[in-house]
Design a protein around this ligand. Structure first.
Ligand SMILES: [Zn+2]
Length: 67
């Protein structure tokens, strides 16, 4: 179940770098990777993550967004 905080953030959307679809961050996970030599998080949709998409420099941590 979504938390009260998540309900407040329902309008938050992000674009998945794997499939380029814009969708609610509730349906996305954060994967730690690297870009331009700096570590950062990539928000990808759960479907793409489950399909095996990983960001460049993926460090092995697959963290579900807190709900
Ligand atoms: Zn996607």
């Amino acid at each position: 179940m979504p938390s009260e905080k998540a309900k407040d953030n329902k309008a938050l959307v992000a674009t998945c770098p794997a499939c380029n679809k814009t969708q609610s961050t509730e349906l996305m996970v954060s994967l730690a990777g690297r870009e331009n030599g700096q570590s950062r998080y990539f928000a990808v949709c759960i479907t793409c993550a489950d399909n095996g998409w990983r960001p460049p420099g993926f460090n092995g941590v697959y963290t579900f967004r807190p709900r």
